[in-house]
Design a protein around this ligand. Structure first.
Ligand code: UTP
Length: 316
């Protein structure tokens, strides 16, 4: 059995749910307190034993490449000023086995994955979505790798979601329980409406797949939304070899969604050594204000903002 050594991180999408921030900035670079989302994902890969990572980028995604590059001037400046801790932070993102490929047009997640065919070769590999942070005692990617070592087959992560949200996800139709939190799947369905969804188990941003997925992707027609859908390719793969669904019981943070981003920032802020105490106090004070119903008044602009500059005024 081949060892799982390679991961791909698709990060070429438009990020429309986070506009206007993503008009000129990759959503994968949006920081959670002080660390870009994609760095959390690279760290999960390394903690799971992955050795080589390919990031799929596209137009306006250069900051991702620069983030993982060295910055000799900045490093020299920090060294000269004796800012060793900051220097360490800057240096920890360099020297990794990272590779980049471009997806010229974001034609869908399946199409993004297809750009990794030559990189992957003939072994099993992992896909980690660039805007989903997963937190658990054992990293989710490692859980999938352990699943592969037991089943010798593809394992993809699923999680229960509220039934009314099924149209945002790929959803699985269960066939049978195959083990503790492990399922045989009858069908993988991309974004079904709630009245058509056969379960509440949604595909989340981690997949361990065998390389046969590429032959399928190469011939796949566009599916939902006119995009080449990875879920459709997985459904076809499951007809010739098992694709298990592994239920994730940890925390998932969808940073590509505005509310998801806010929740993630608060959760990680409450753990961050530099800000946790002040943030906790701020939240407690804010909760008191909210209870007393004062917050809206305090935060509203003192005078109505001029029409042309309303958004800026409200932020002050
Ligand atoms: P999403 O659908 O969440 O990303 O795809 P998106 O299209 O960028 O975002 P919205 O929905 O418009 O806000 C999941 C992941 O797949 C990548 C995205 O960058 C994201 O990390 N992706 C998606 C690609 O790399 N290429 C694509 O063609 C589509």
């Amino acid at each position: 059995m081949q060892k799982v050594r390679k991961a791909i991180i698709p990060a070429a999408g438009y990020g429309t749910r986070f506009l206007p921030a993503t008009k000129a900035m990759p959503k994968e670079m949006i920081p959670i307190v002080d660390k870009p989302t994609i760095q959390f994902i690279v760290e999960e890969a390394i903690a799971s034993g992955i050795e080589d990572i390919l990031i799929i980028t596209g137009k306006l995604k250069r900051p991702i490449e620069d983030h993982f590059d060295s910055n000799p001037e900045l490093e020299e400046n920090l060294r000269a000023k004796g800012k060793e801790e900051l220097l360490e932070l800057v240096e920890e993102t360099t020297g990794l086995n990272l590779y980049f490929a471009r997806q010229a047009y974001p034609l869908g997640l399946g199409h993004a994955v297809l750009q990794a065919k030559a990189f992957v070769g003939d072994g099993p590999f992992v896909i980690m979505l660039g805007d989903d942070i997963m937190a658990d005692d054992v990293p989710l990617t490692k859980q999938l790798i352990e699943g592969y070592e037991k089943t010798h087959a593809s394992n993809i992560a699923v999680m229960r979601v509220p039934h009314e949200e099924t149209a945002n996800y790929g959803i699985i139709e269960l066939e049978a329980q195959a083990g503790e939190g492990l399922y045989n799947v009858r069908k993988f369905i991309e974004k079904p409406e709630p009245d058509e969804a056969p379960s509440d188990l949604a595909i989340i941003g981690r997949y361990l797949l065998t390389p046969e997925i590429f032959d399928i992707l190469e011939h796949l027609e566009p599916g939902k939304g006119g995009e080449i859908q990875l879920t459709d390719a997985i459904d076809i793969l499951n007809k010739t070899q098992r694709v298990f669904a592994k239920e994730f019981k940890g925390e998932r943070y969808d940073v590509g969604d505005k509310f998801g981003f806010l929740k993630t920032t608060i959760q990680y802020g409450l753990k961050h050594p530099q800000v946790k105490d002040r943030l906790k106090q701020y939240i407690l004070d804010l909760a008191k204000e909210l209870k007393s119903g004062n917050v809206d008044n305090q935060m509203a602009p003192k005078a109505p903002a001029p029409e042309h500059d309303k958004s800026n005024q409200q932020l002050k």
